[in-house]
Design a protein around this ligand. Structure first.
Ligand code: NOJ
Length: 566
């Protein structure tokens, strides 16, 4: 028995050293051949479960649907899926209002379905990351139902209750992110409770050790069930100033007609980091990863989320990257350089269920597919962990509702027409050109955009020039090229206003990436001799982009990825 075990261990070590594809057959928990933790070289993919694949044709996606698409994800080159909340929930904020942290909402299936998903994912070497809504629960959670029942209930102090300043006047001026006061008066006990988001999402009181223990135990519960980590929702807002000081008010109004506040006393309080250190300790016991929804103003703030000696979040998301809203080499260069100099491993996000899709952010209306490939070549070849969003790989487009009566996202209903909500980036995944894009045979919960006729998985797989095939190729390169996995990043030709170029160097091996962000052909001189290289060989290009000697020629919005030759 002992021999068999050590034989298996030797096989696994060899498989790891000899080739990454061999280790991909099982969920790797150990560091890779270069000594990096598993999450560092993994490609993450966010699934919005309502919209991914509907197995029972009720119009809403589900866990069995996700399981049925694991082969697709594996072939695409995905190593970890982050599933947006699939726990029991009244769905006021489509799952970001959790009423039971240790179960699956019947609309998505059962715990047995989850176990099947976990084991099927494991067989394919895909890790599962769940979305942990740490800041607040649903107002239908048994903790809150008890909390609101009386001023002396066992869970009273699990949430934040205060007297108003006077009749009809909330405890302070804090504004909810989703509109209106952040305080709601509950008539049962005649006190206000605090909610950074909707009134149906009361904030948990993280100053109460019982809350901390219960929430830490939730993570242990899921780790035992085979989960490899969590995306932590809204970590910025875990704590509030205990004295509830009023926030300073800026000028102007937001889309909901509320005054704009500087959220000084209810965002990014230092106590957040104690919690993150604690969650990280538990995660480390399970070789798990913590990804943070971290809306940081600059890299100094991002660094705080990595923690001292990297003892907090391994992957705080760099949203500054998504703030670059035009194809500007100078802007991207600046953001990449900033995060490349951060104190932890960079995490690149391109889009998600709250953000307009990259296809629309950067598309010019004429070369959108070309630009989608350019964006893929960018965020998938940088030094850092990429987090994809479902549908980006086929060029899905944000399709917001055109009539207020069609809006599903409540912030779209309260904020219409200035704020149309987030339905547009949550539309059903486009699998094929059949009715409803093959997402469901029922009535989809959100309409399927017309673009499914031209942009869908089945058709794009057959087209060597499609966005999807380009994604597959770039992901394959990323998984097999040491310079792309572990190499350093250095910008080159930094004064070029049209082309973003950089090299990734690993030992004596290098890759150059040149991305033409303009609508006209461009040439770039890589000046290879000065860098100790004799030439460059194309690895992956779009269109007729090519290299001759040290010179790279790029088509409008063209991509050139090449291997540097000594
Ligand atoms: C961030 C999530 O991404 C968003 O969808 C949600 O509405 C808020 N947090 C509240 O949980």
């Amino acid at each position: 028995m002992k021999n068999i075990i050590s034989g298996i261990a030797i096989f696994l070590i060899c498989a790891c050293v000899l080739g990454r594809s061999a280790s991909a057959q099982s969920v790797s928990t150990a560091a890779d051949a270069a000594g990096n933790p598993w999450w560092q070289n993994a490609v993450f993919y966010e699934i919005y479960p309502r919209s991914f694949a509907d197995s029972n044709n009720d119009g809403v996606g589900d866990l069995k649907g996700i399981t049925s698409k694991l082969d697709y994800l594996k072939e695409l080159g995905v190593d970890a899926i982050w599933i947006s909340p699939c726990f029991p929930s009244p769905q006021v904020d489509f799952g970001y209002d959790v009423s039971d942290y240790e179960n699956i909402d019947p609309m998505y299936g059962t715990m047995a379905d989850f176990d099947v998903l976990a084991s099927e994912a494991k067989k394919r070497g895909i890790h599962i990351i769940l979305d942990f809504v740490v800041n607040h629960s649903s107002d239908q959670h048994s903790w809150f139902l008890d909390s609101k029942s009386s001023r002396t209930s066992a869970h009273r102090d699990w949430y934040i209750w205060r007297d108003g300043k006077g009749p009809g006047v909330p405890p302070n001026n804090w504004i909810s992110t989703f509109g209106g006061s952040a305080w709601t008066l509950d008539p049962t006990t005649n006190q206000y409770y605090y909610h950074n988001f909707y009134a149906a999402q009361p904030d948990l009181n993280w100053r109460n050790p019982a809350v901390k223990d219960a929430m830490f135990d939730v993570t242990r519960w899921w780790y035992k069930r085979g989960v490899s980590g969590f995306r932590l929702d809204a970590v910025d807002t875990l704590f509030e100033d205990p004295d509830l000081k009023d926030n300073p008010i800026k000028t102007g109004q937001n889309a909901f007609g509320d005054p704009i506040e500087e959220d000084k006393y209810n965002t990014k309080l230092p106590e957040v980091h104690d919690v993150l250190r604690g969650l990280r300790k538990v995660a480390d016991e399970h070789n798990a990863v913590l990804i943070g929804e971290t809306w940081t103003a600059d890299v100094a703030e991002l660094n705080r989320y990595y923690g001292e000696g990297n003892n907090e979040l391994q992957l705080p998301m760099d949203f500054l990257f998504t703030k670059v809203d035009k194809l500007s080499p100078a802007e991207f260069r600046k953001q990449i350089a900033a995060v490349d100099g951060a104190s932890g491993w960079p995490t690149f996000v391109i889009s998600n269920h709250d953000i307009v899709r990259s296809y629309d952010r950067y598309g010019d209306g004429q070369h959108n597919d070309q630009i989608a490939k350019l964006i893929a070549a960018l965020y998938l070849t940088l030094r850092g962990t990429p987090i994809m969003y479902y549908g980006e790989e086929i060029g899905m487009k944000t399709t917001p509702p055109t009539r207020p009566e069609d809006v599903k996202d409540p912030i779209g209903r309260t904020g219409w027409p200035k704020e149309k909500g987030r339905d547009g980036e949550r539309t059903p995944m486009q699998w094929d050109s059949s009715e409803n894009a093959g997402f469901t045979k029922g009535m989809p919960w959100l309409p399927v955009p017309d673009t499914y006729k031209t942009h869908n998985v089945a058709d794009e797989l057959k087209d060597p020039d499609s966005v999807l095939v380009f994604y597959k190729n770039v992901l394959k390169l990323r998984h097999t090229n040491a310079a792309l996995l572990d190499g350093s990043y250095a910008a080159i030709n930094e004064n070029d206003a049209n082309v973003l170029s950089y090299v990734r160097l690993y030992k004596d091996h290098g890759v150059v990436v040149a991305l033409n962000m303009s609508g006209s052909p461009q040439k770039v001189n890589l000046e290879l001799k000065g860098k100790g290289f004799a030439g460059v060989k194309a690895l992956l290009v779009t269109g007729k982009s090519s290299a001759k000697g040290s010179e790279v020629s790029l088509e409008p919005f063209g991509v050139f990825i090449g291997e540097l030759r000594k």
